[in-house]
Design a protein around this ligand. Structure first.
Ligand SMILES: C[S@@+](CC[C@H](N)C(=O)[O-])C[C@H]1O[C@@H](n2cnc3c(N)ncnc32)[C@H](O)[C@@H]1O
Length: 504
């Protein structure tokens, strides 16, 4: 139940106390993500400490900072809070929506009021689809392949009762089984075994009919919302909850709590979570869709309470408006090479960015579910990435070509003495080729050096394959001007600073 006194939890992205300058120690041991920074699980999220540190070291208030591969958008609010103007670009429309949320947060009270209305209008209808025999409401359904094994109900508080499914539970599950989505757009997948996707995969494979029906009920109600900030927050809450609403939630049977032995009965089965990809484990949970939505909404509510006093930043999606007036931010959903090609020459002080790292994460393929819920179209063609999906033709050769082009276009936009701070690490030597070639392929860009960047303890694992990398470097490049304004000498003091490229 949403109550008016929803309490706040600690959050670190926008602290209440006046902010102190970032110190290199913050970069070495970033805080765990909390509050707004933990609201959504965008893949490849980087700690805000390292972005802030680089921005503070290399720019002054009023300067233009750009992140052409903005991802989760966490850097945008940091740059604006530091008094910089900001350009954020991403080919993923979902990223731009998330960034807009961070720049224009709804007030805690308006979001809470909207949730209360949703709860009043929808919870009884959604709960009805999870009613068990004695009129209690099912919270979790444990499935083994196509067989319903148990139904969990809450006994008040956190305790639960595990019930053997009855004919009525089977009837309720069956009742919606042929539900076909009407509001959600069709999802487009490629043949990618790494994330268990195929062109034949449909929303009906990922969700039960009951979950799809309930997701569409929530979506339909959100669409009636007239406050744009609240509407965006609710839609993103729904996307954030969608993984837990799906058939992709693992049932953890053999957690080490048992001394390594598999659990003997369903009492000791734990609820896992959706992991990277579209894996539908044989033994999985179907969770009450309203509960999933409510859990994510509470997370955002808590975060909003602590940022009530923070400003809303104006943004524009049109470059000419950004350059013509003093709008704080330009946010564009497009291929960054197209957008940067239209930026005035010598106008950006710092490009601080974390681009796709070759074949580490196929962002658009993974975001397809969220974009389908938001009804947003995606430009797979111009994504810079290496994908296992053969039909996409995204190999390391194209990747090097595209990243080289990105650097050439960026060089033109940078002011003399402007910098590129590139967060990067790829597993193989071939994916570093464009970096090794930069001094030849660009006119005035020089490599300065790099240092290793640490992830937050709660970062989503970057690469869970064997031999996957768990850390990045921040590599610095400067556009040579006639006179150097920035001294890179202090970088030499950083632990593990190196003037050479990392060996790959
Ligand atoms: C490593 S992620 C950025 C993560 C971000 N630093 C964060 O902290 O959340 C790389 C991003 O590049 C985006 N991308 C890929 N190709 C692009 C292109 N051609 N133009 C703009 N963005 C692109 C992906 O959608 C993805 O969001």
């Amino acid at each position: 139940m949403f109550k008016s006194d929803e309490t706040a939890i600690q959050m670190s992205l926008f602290p209440d106390h006046p902010r102190q300058k970032m110190d290199f120690r913050n970069v070495l041991s970033p805080e765990a993500y909390s509050g707004l920074a933990s609201f959504h699980k965008y893949w490849g999220k980087k700690p805000v400490e390292s972005f802030s540190f680089v921005i503070e070291q290399l720019t002054n208030e009023g300067d233009v900072v750009a992140d052409p591969f903005i991802g989760s958008g966490l850097i945008a609010r940091e740059a604006l809070d530091l008094g910089r103007r900001f350009i954020g670009i991403d080919i993923n429309p979902f990223s731009i929506e998330l960034t807009k949320l961070f720049l224009q947060l709804p007030s805690h009270s308006s979001y809470l009021n909207a949730l209360k209305i949703l709860e009043q209008e929808l919870k009884p209808i959604i709960d009805e689809s999870y009613t068990v025999n004695d009129d209690r409401i099912g919270s979790h359904y444990l499935w083994e392949n196509e067989k319903l094994v148990s139904v969990w109900v809450r006994n008040g508080g956190r305790s639960r009762e595990i019930l053997t499914p009855t004919a009525s539970d089977l009837f309720m599950a069956e009742k919606y089984s042929s539900y076909q989505p009407q509001k959600l757009r069709h999802i487009k997948f490629f043949t990618n075994s790494r994330i268990n996707a195929s062109p034949l995969l449909t929303l009906n494979d990922i969700f039960t009919g009951r979950a799809l029906r309930n997701i569409e009920l929530i979506l339909g109600n959100i669409e009636k919302q007239s406050n744009p900030q609240v509407k965006r927050a609710l839609l993103l809450t729904l996307t954030s909850a969608s993984g837990q609403m799906s058939n992709m939630v693992f049932a953890i049977k053999n957690r080490n709590k048992n001394g390594g032995k598999p659990a003997r009965n369903t009492n000791s089965i734990e609820v896992g979570s959706w992991v990277i990809g579209f894996w539908r484990p044989e033994c999985h949970f179907e969770i009450n869709a309203w509960n999933c939505f409510e859990n994510r909404a509470r997370k955002l509510l808590c975060a909003l309470k602590t940022v009530e006093e923070k400003p809303r930043y104006r943004f524009t999606e049109k470059g000419k408006d950004f350059w013509a007036d003093n709008t704080s931010a330009l946010l564009v959903n497009n291929d960054c090479r197209t957008v940067l090609a239209e930026v005035p020459a010598n106008s950006i002080s710092l490009i601080c960015t974390d681009p796709p790292h070759s074949d580490r994460i196929p962002y658009l393929e993974l975001s397809e579910l969220w974009n389908a819920i938001l009804g947003l179209d995606t430009d797979f063609e111009n994504e810079i990435v290496v994908s296992n999906a053969r039909e996409r033709d995204k190999s390391k050769k194209e990747y090097n070509r595209d990243m080289g082009e990105f650097f050439r276009i960026s060089e033109r936009c940078l002011k003399p003495n402007g910098c590129i701070a590139l967060f990067f690490n790829a597993r193989d030597s071939e994916s570093w080729e464009y970096i090794r070639a930069l001094e030849q392929s660009t006119q005035n860009l020089s490599y300065v050096g790099c240092f290793p960047m640490a992830y937050s303890a709660t970062s989503v694992v970057q690469d869970n394959r064997k031999g996957g990398l768990k850390s990045d470097y921040i590599l610095f490049f400067v556009k040579q001007g006639h006179q150097s304004c920035f001294s890179f000498e202090h970088f030499n003091k950083f632990p593990n600073w190196s003037n050479s490229l990392p060996e790959r």
